[in-house]
Design a protein around this ligand. Structure first.
Ligand code: ADP
Ligand code: MG
Length: 481
């Protein structure tokens, strides 16, 4: 295996289908929400009944423009829709409305850690319906499939990359970064498992130093990042073995089977001419004015890469910053927290430490927890002012996550504020020294480490509330007497 990687280079290009977050379909007014009764979201247009006409959903175009701008693409001033013909039972019209030679977004790139991955194009199209393979458990005991057309006509943006990736890791990072961008600009929820983001992976191999690309296989049905990496690694070896044995890789579409951990041939890959593309006669060409693009540009939120830089500039480590940015809900919450003037580093430590651990345990998101931004900020303020200790703050935040109780009243009620007056701490220190003569003797005999013992005892006595600086000072003072 290792020698295959020494001998052959893999070449990967990805086609990512992103389901756009619209209320209605791309060419019809029926809804496209997931999880409805089969065939309940199917207008005459979706069913492809004779005489119906598609009407383009402007919101989809807005989202395509926004995505194009985020991917550094050129937005075409003029583009058109085309019919892509093929026969399949989940495609009622017998063709899919897509964009062929004049896509809305052209060129661009997505940055990954060591390089830029080129974007060839991004185009708008409609999704097909879904076949439910009911197997052999049907009423007549025979095999059959059911057709659910709810998904038909759901808006998709197909984002095609250049064959610029050279390892499964690069492919993974590309999809992760692309997904992040789509989520931050709020055009797609990026859920691979539910299929609202789907990645088809094209992979070929070639000898190192060879200029031409090898013949690619296209792998479909990849529904997690783990599957993406496994499918690529599997496919690399499969192709390398074919070449080693003097064979030739054939251009085809293959399906990834997550249980088997293998790809298998699904069908020979069609070439574009097989689809008999021609311009969609029922839709006007789409003209996108400079004003339209400017308007969308002005709505562009902060992109993940910019957020990462900003977090680093306010004192977060590269690692912390990227962990936050990769969890969008957390990052957006953190941004709200920052607005209340909290210390960035302390806030991120709490968020990624105690809070994240609790959320993971409870399997909920930050927005579903009872920890409001303002209450969190209050707690951090109490810590900053020295009213409560760090350890107390850590345990309080768990209480608040559970109950949503107000930080101030919780500290008051539980009597948790730091004890900072000498007259309260001194008697405690004196009592501890008096009741531990052996430790005192050992300390005075040179066992410096025992200092921590006295601190520990005093903290135990005060339930962690003693002001640490004051406590250290008093213990030293009393021991040195
Ligand atoms: P199709 O619709 O036929 O799959 P596209 O142009 O939409 O064609 O997508 C082709 C994808 O395959 C692109 O992501 C491209 O980067 C990638 N690709 C093309 N040639 C190769 C190759 N030899 N090896 C790996 N990937 C390739
Ligand atoms: Mg394609």
């Amino acid at each position: 295996m290792a020698d295959y990687k020494d001998k052959y280079e893999m070449v990967i290009g990805l086609e990512v289908h992103a389901q756009l977050k619209t209320n209605t379909k791309i060419f019809a007014s029926d809804g496209c929400e997931f999880g409805h009764k089969p065939n309940s979201q199917t207008s005459a247009v979706t069913l492809g009944l004779p005489g119906v006409l598609p009407v383009l959903n402007k919101h989809c175009v807005d989202m395509a423009i926004l995505t194009g701008l985020a991917l550094n693409s050129n937005i075409a001033k003029k583009c058109k829709f085309d019919r892509k013909q093929y026969f399949y039972p989940d495609l009622p019209k017998g063709y899919q409305i897509s964009q062929y030679d004049e896509p809305i977004c052209q060129g661009g790139w997505v940055e990954i850690s060591n390089k830029k991955i080129g974007i060839t194009r991004a185009h708008l199209e409609e999704d097909a319906g879904k076949l439910v393979h009911a197997g052999s458990s049907g009423i007549y005991g025979s095999s059959y499939s059911l057709v659910d057309l709810n998904r038909a006509g759901t808006p998709l943006l197909e984002i095609v990359s250049e064959p610029d990736m050279r390892s499964s890791q690069e492919a993974r990072e590309y999809v992760e970064n692309l997904r992040n961008i789509l989520r931050y600009i709020n055009v797609c929820d990026g859920n691979l498992e539910e299929g609202s983001m789907r990645a088809d992976c094209n992979i070929s191999i070639r000898h190192f130093g060879q200029k031409e690309f090898g013949t690619r296989a296209e792998i479909k049905n990849i529904n997690s990042f783990k599957a993406l990496v496994r499918a690529i690694e599997y496919e690399f070896i499969r192709q390398a073995e074919i070449v080693e044995e003097g064979g030739e890789v054939v251009q085809e579409t293959r399906l990834w089977d997550d249980n088997l951990g293998a790809t298998s041939s699904m069908r020979g890959k069609e070439d574009a001419h097989d689809y008999r593309y021609f311009p969609e006669p029922d839709l006007m060409p789409l003209e996108v004015s400079a004003e339209w693009i400017e308007k969308i540009k002005s709505q562009m939120p902060e992109l993940p890469a910019q957020k990462l830089e900003r977090y680093k500039s306010i004192g977060l480590s590269e690692y912390d910053a990227s962990v936050l940015v990769n969890q969008m809900e957390m990052a957006l919450y953190y941004d709200e927290l920052l607005k209340s003037g909290v210390d960035p580093k302390t806030a991120s430590n709490f968020l990624m430490g105690e809070v994240a651990a609790y959320l993971k345990e409870e399997k909920i998101s930050i927005n579903d927890s009872k920890l409001t931004v303002s209450n969190f900020a209050k707690l951090l303020e109490l810590l900053k002012k020295g009213t409560i200790s760090n350890n107390i703050a850590k345990s309080l935040i768990i209480d608040i996550l559970k109950t949503g109780e107000d930080a101030d009243s919780l500290v008051e009620k539980k009597g948790l504020s730091v004890i900072s007056d000498e007259s309260s701490i001194l008697p405690i220190v004196q009592k501890i020294i008096q009741s531990n003569p052996e430790q005192v003797a050992a300390y005075k005999g040179g066992k410096d480490k025992l200092f921590g013992f006295f601190v520990g005892q005093a903290m135990k006595e005060t339930k962690g509330r003693a002001n640490p600086q004051m406590l250290n000072k008093l213990i030293k003072q009393e021991l040195d007497k």
